[in-house]
Design a protein around this ligand. Structure first.
Ligand code: SF4
Length: 642
């Protein structure tokens, strides 16, 4: 409503609204006030010219043309709106559904949309009108189906942008059904531009419908719309030009009204009116019993503390893109285990394979990627045997994932309460009120104040740190045994980063959930993790206890550590950098992938891939020429600039 008011306040919005209100008046009152006059046949007034009694003259039956124009408003607008709604009803779901389909049907629908959209809309409508049959029903169906490809293309484009969002991935991980994904997560987020387009399309439908009636393919006698009146008037244009001017002006002015209104609505939506706070009624609906409750300790995972059966066992995990040309293998032979309560960090540059490793474990790999492993076990179960609802239930409640950008992890169109309770409601059948109470507890556990109120807020009403904490709380709604966090602090400032890291540490201690923390920042991992895996070229190059990371044995791992400034770093020297670029996963060298950038490379390094070797208990390195613990890497640091 506020957006509507803001739209009306703009000059174009005001003009558009005024025109549409006038048209609405004629739609409602036209047939009542001028209908009898328009139906009155007067043999004495046949084809009379304009006069005070008949401002636009009369037709061949002596009926008043102006009264006919006013009366025809209702049918013209009704048919135009109906045709637009048919187009939107067919096209929008067809285009939006691509966001929730698997690749093959998605490609099929994409091809269908491309094929139909290549036909000019009006030509398609005329073609369909001939097939469906002459008359208003045929014209409406023809224009409706003729405009559907345009709506489908628009919603396909908009839905594709939503497909990339982490909240859709998170909802998939929770096992939310495709229908729910479509309506709750896709359509709600593309609704505004769709509504805008529908508004503007009514003007186009009016024009198309009038065109069909003008050609004799639309409304048939004795009914009439503006197109038919225009057609009749054209026959008498030599004697009474005003007869065609009346319906023509009505079509043009109404079309302009819809376009002006749509344009200004687009501007207002683009500016984003200040967010609305939910009203009291809405709050009550979301949370039946608001009020502060003391924080309850989070449930600890069974099987804690550390040292029991591993939570996660990964052996020889590879991720490939077999259909890419050339085929690529961005993750190769990754093996590690995680004990309950253990926090393991994965470090590496962009493209090192760290995020794909995590996505493979969470079964969230992008389309076209395939994972294989000698062993991939979660809680002692083979993850490759999980199917359908079982996989969704286990992954959705026990293996949450926290993504980098909380703004894309949370659905901007839904209150936090709805998003946090989704997993409990879908997988545990928790009643809404209980789920909301648990959500408030979880928000409290991640130190979000006034949690009951927050549940009624949209993500944009929270700060960046609060949003990330809300995402963590969402992961805690089930009974997490393993939390995967992919760069969870990268988008946050240093102070908030520390708060979020403290929350992760606290959660690990209280719930004994294992964690995989992915970051390019080894300093962040050093603060939180007990072990760090350094990845490069899709391989784990070093798997070291955090205490031994400062003396990392692999040249690449050591360079990563030395590239992080600390209080002892000389301020008059440039920071250490790693020269060169990481290799493309589609063109990996036969030997060590780091060889082209490694100052310690041997001839052998370029020919053979080094195997992972244990250099001390729990410390593995994949290198033919590792550093000793106290050896320095000064040769790798750029020389000081004078
Ligand atoms: S195997 Fe050779 S090229 Fe690779 S990191 Fe070790 S020394 Fe460098």
């Amino acid at each position: 409503m506020r957006r509507l008011r803001a739209t009306v306040r703009t000059p174009t919005g005001f003009a558009g609204s005024a025109i549409l209100l006038l048209v609405l008046f004629f739609v409602v009152a036209g047939p009542i006030l001028w209908g009898p006059q328009a139906a009155r046949i007067n043999p004495l007034d046949i084809l009379a010219g304009p006069s005070a009694r008949h401002p636009l003259g009369t037709d061949e039956l002596g009926r008043d043309i102006l009264a006919e124009v006013f009366t025809a408003s209702r049918l013209s607008l009704e048919l135009s709106v109906l045709a637009t709604l048919i187009g939107a009803a067919v096209g929008v779901p067809l285009g939006a559904v691509v966001a929730v389909l698997s690749p093959r049907p998605r490609r099929l629908i994409g091809t269908l949309i491309n094929f139909t959209v290549s036909f000019p809309g009006l030509l398609l409508a005329i073609f369909l009108a001939v097939i469906v049959g002459v008359g208003s029903t045929g014209a409406v169906l023809a224009i409706g189906f003729g405009s559907a490809p345009g709506f489908a293309r628009l919603s396909q484009t908009l839905a594709s942008s939503v497909t990339e969002m982490d909240y859709l991935a998170a909802a998939r991980l929770l096992g939310v059904s495709r229908t729910r994904l479509l309506f709750r997560h896709v359509l709600r987020n593309i609704g505004e531009p769709i509504i805008l387009n529908v508004t503007m399309s009514v003007g186009g439908a009016l024009l198309a419908l009038s065109g069909l009636s003008f050609l004799g393919l639309g409304v048939q006698p004795p009914s009439y719309d503006w197109g038919r009146l225009l057609s009749d008037g054209l026959a008498n244009i030599a004697t009474n030009p005003l007869e065609s001017l009346g319906p023509g002006a009505a079509i043009v002015i109404t079309g302009i009204g819809f376009n002006l209104f749509g344009e200004s609505l687009a501007q207002v939506l683009g500016q984003r009116v200040a967010p609305r706070r939910p009203g009291r009624k809405e709050r009550r609906r979301l949370l039946a019993e608001p009020g502060a409750r003391p924080a309850q300790p989070l449930p600890a995972s069974p099987g804690s503390p550390a040292g029991r059966q591993p939570i996660l066992r990964v052996e020889g995990l590879s991720v490939t893109f077999p259909r890419q040309r050339p085929a690529s293998r961005p993750v190769r032979d990754v093996s590690f285990e995680l004990a309950p309560g253990e926090i393991v960090g994965i470090a590496g540059e962009s493209g090192s394979g760290k995020s794909l490793t995590a996505l493979a474990i969470a079964r969230l790999l992008p389309n076209g990627a395939e994972a294989s492993a000698a062993r991939l076990e979660f809680l002692g179960n083979d993850m490759f045997t999980w199917r359908g609802a079982e996989a969704s239930r286990i992954l959705g409640t026990k293996l949450p994932m926290v993504f980098q950008d909380p703004m894309t992890s949370l659905n901007p169109a839904l209150h936090l309460g709805i998003q946090l309770t989704e997993a409990s409601q879908v997988h545990q059948g928790t009643p809404r009120r209980q789920a909301l109470e648990r959500a408030a507890e979880r928000l409290r556990a991640v130190r979000i104040d006034r949690p009951d109120e927050r549940l009624c807020q949209y993500p944009h009403e929270l700060s960046g740190g609060q949003r990330q904490r809300a995402v963590i709380a969402m992961g805690l709604m089930g009974e997490p045994r393993l939390i995967i966090a992919d760069e969870p602090t990268t988008a946050l400032d240093t102070t908030v980063q520390r708060q979020v890291l403290a929350i992760f540490r606290e959660l690990s201690e209280t719930t004994h959930s294992a964690m995989i923390m992915i970051s390019h920042d080894v300093a962040v991992l050093g603060e939180l993790c007990s072990r760090v895996l350094v990845m490069y070229g899709g391989l784990i190059m070093e798997d070291a206890p955090v205490g031994e990371l400062a003396g990392a044995r692999h040249p690449y791992a050591r360079m990563l550590v030395e590239a992080v400034p600390d209080l002892g770093t000389a301020r008059d020297r440039p920071l250490a950098t790693i020269q060169g670029q990481p290799p493309s996963p589609a063109a990996l060298p036969p030997g060590c992938p780091f060889a082209p950038r490694c100052p310690r490379a041997l001839e052998r390094c370029r020919l053979e891939l080094p195997a992972a070797t244990e250099v001390s208990p729990g410390h593995r390195v994949r290198c033919f020429n590792p550093l000793t613990f106290d050896e320095t890497l000064v040769t790798l640091v750029e020389p000081a600039t004078p």
